[in-house]
Design a protein. Structure first.
Length: 458
C-alpha cells in the first residue's frame, strides 16, 4: 500500500483516538465518584465457576464509569442459594486505585452444590457468578470417552500472515493513488495491449489521462471505490478471524498404559463478517480430509480436560477464495460470481474505450492510424478479467500444502445429566501457532476459544 494511503489511515486513527481519549497529556486523577447512570460493575474472568469441594477461588469485579475509568466505593458480595457449607471470605470489599475489588470463595468441604454469588455497588447494576461445586472423590469417576462436536474460533492476534496481507493490500492498492481507480485501471489495460507503439502513445498522455479518466469514472461509477474498500475490509475480517467446526473422538487406552487418546477431524469452516456467521462443510468447500490422530488426552480431576499437541492441515488460501466468491461478493453484487464480474459490472469498458481513444488521439495524435475505441475497450475488459484472476490465484496459492494449525488446549468439563460421563467442554482455550508456508502467526490465549458437546447427549 502506498505512503499516501498509510498516512490517510494514520490520520483517521489519530482523529478517532482523540475523540475517545481526550486531549493529549490528560491523565487519570485517581478513582472517581459514582454517578447514577454512569457507574458499572464488570466481572473480571469467567462468570461460570467450577470448583471441587474444599478448594478456593478468588472473585474479582471492577467498578468503573462508562469511560472505563475506575470508581471508588464499596462492593457487597452475597451468596444466593444453598452453598452446602461454602462461604465468602468477607461480605464487603473496598475498591483499589484501579477500581478492582476481590473476595475469596471457599467451597464446602465435601458436598456438591450449585448456587450464585451476587456483587452490588452504589448506583450500579448487580453482577453475578454461577458456581458449581463437585464432590472431592466421586463414587464413579467421569468417563471422557466418546465423540464431541467442537466449535473453535481462531483469531490471528499477531496479524494476518504476510502472503494474505499482501493480497488484501493488492485490492486496496486499487484505491490508494490520488487518481485511483483510473491509474490502476490504465496500468492493467496497458499490460493487456501487445503493441509497444500503442502503449507508448497512451503512456505519453499520462498523467493527464489518469486525471481525466478518474473524473469520468467517479461520475459514471461513483460506488466503485467504496465497493473495492468494502471487499478489502471483509476479506481482511475472514482472513484474520474465522471458525473451525470439528469432531474430537476420545478413546480409552489400556495398553501399554491406562489413559486417553484423541482423534481430531475438521468438518467445516465458519466465516464471520460484520458479526454474522456463515457455516460451510468440508464437502461444500471442496476440501479433503484434515485430521490429527494419536493425540494425548487427559483429565485433571473432575474439572478439566487437556488436549495435547497436534497438527491440523488447513487449506487457508482456498478457504479465503471460497469466502470471497461465495460469501463476500454475493452480498456486494448478487449478479457477480467473482471479482472480475464485480469490476466489469461497475466499469463501462465500451465508454472508457471511447474516452481514452479520443483523449489520446486529441492530445497525442494517431500518427500510425492504429488507435481505435475498440482497441482500448478490449484492453479494459482484458485488464479487469486479468486483475480478478490474478488476485484469486494469489489467494489460492497462500500457504500451499504447508498451512496448518499446530495447537494444544484445555477446557472445563461438566457432567450435565449426572450419568458420570463428560457431556460438555466449556470455556476451552487453544494455543500454539498458525503455520503458513515459511511464516507463523501466534495463536495466543485467551483469543483462541472452543466448546464441545458429546454426541448422543440427551
Amino acid at each position: 500500500m502506498s505512503t499516501y494511503a498509510i498516512s490517510k489511515f494514520a490520520a483517521l486513527a489519530l482523529v478517532l483516538g482523540a475523540c475517545t481519549t481526550g486531549e493529549i497529556g490528560d491523565g487519570p486523577a485517581g478513582p472517581g465518584v459514582p454517578i447514577e447512570g454512569h457507574a458499572f460493575l464488570t466481572v473480571v474472568g469467567d462468570r461460570d465457576l467450577f470448583l471441587e469441594a474444599g478448594t478456593t477461588d478468588t472473585l474479582t469485579v471492577r467498578y468503573h464509569d462508562d469511560g472505563g475509568e475506575p470508581l471508588a466505593g464499596q462492593v457487597a458480595f452475597a451468596i444466593q442459594g444453598d452453598a452446602q457449607g461454602g462461604v465468602l471470605s468477607r461480605a464487603m470489599a473496598v475498591t483499589d486505585s484501579d477500581g478492582f475489588a476481590q473476595i475469596v470463595l471457599n467451597a464446602g468441604a465435601t458436598e456438591e452444590a450449585a448456587f450464585r454469588i451476587v456483587a452490588r455497588a452504589e448506583v450500579a447494576d448487580a453482577v453475578d457468578w454461577r458456581v458449581a461445586v463437585t464432590a472431592v472423590e466421586p463414587t464413579i469417576p467421569l468417563d471422557a470417552s466418546g465423540t464431541y462436536d467442537m466449535k473453535s474460533q481462531f483469531d490471528l492476534v499477531s496479524g494476518i500472515p504476510g502472503p494474505a496481507g499482501d493480497v488484501i493490500n493488492t485490492i486496496l492498492d486499487m484505491t490508494d493513488d490520488p487518481n485511483d481507480p483510473a491509474t490502476w485501471l490504465i496500468d492493467r489495460a496497458l499490460d493487456a495491449i501487445d503493441s509497444g507503439t500503442v502503449r507508448d502513445l497512451a503512456g505519453s498522455a499520462r498523467p493527464a489521462l489518469d486525471s481525466f479518466l478518474n473524473d469520468y469514472i467517479h461520475d459514471s461509477a461513483p460506488d466503485l471505490v467504496l465497493t473495492l474498500l468494502e471487499i478489502g475490509d471483509q476479506l481482511g475480517q475472514v482472513a484474520r478471524k474465522f471458525g473451525v467446526n470439528s469432531q474430537l473422538q476420545v478413546t480409552a487406552v489400556r495398553m501399554p498404559d491406562t489413559g486417553l487418546t484423541g482423534k481430531h477431524t475438521m468438518t467445516g469452516v465458519s466465516y464471520t463478517i460484520d458479526g454474522v456467521s456463515y457455516d460451510f462443510t468440508m464437502a461444500e468447500l471442496e476440501l479433503g480430509e484434515s485430521m490429527a490422530d494419536g493425540i494425548s488426552v487427559g483429565l485433571v480431576g473432575t474439572t478439566k480436560m487437556e488436549i495435547g499437541d497436534h497438527t491440523l492441515p488447513f487449506a487457508y488460501g482456498r478457504v479465503l477464495v471460497f469466502a470471497l466468491n461465495n460469501v463476500i461478493i454475493p452480498m456486494i453484487d448478487p449478479f457477480a460470481s467473482d471479482l472480475g464480474d464485480v469490476l466489469a459490472n461497475r466499469v463501462n469498458c465500451y465508454q472508457i474505450g471511447w474516452e481514452v481513444y479520443e483523449f489520446v488521439a486529441y492530445n497525442v495524435g494517431d500518427f500510425f492510424g492504429i488507435l481505435s475505441p475498440g482497441l482500448f475497450e478490449s484492453a479494459c475488459e482484458a485488464g479487469l478479467d486479468a486483475a480478478g484472476n490474478a488476485i484469486e490465484a494469489q489467494l489460492a496459492g497462500i500457504g500451499g500444502e504447508g498451512a496448518a494449525f499446530v495447537i494444544h488446549g484445555d477446557a472445563r468439563i461438566a457432567d450435565t445429566n449426572l450419568d458420570h460421563k463428560v457431556d460438555v467442554l466449556r470455556t476451552g482455550l487453544w494455543e500454539g501457532v498458525f503455520r503458513l508456508g515459511g511464516a507463523e502467526s501466534l495463536l495466543a490465549r485467551p483469543d483462541q476459544k472452543f466448546t464441545g458437546t458429546r454426541r448422543g447427549l440427551n
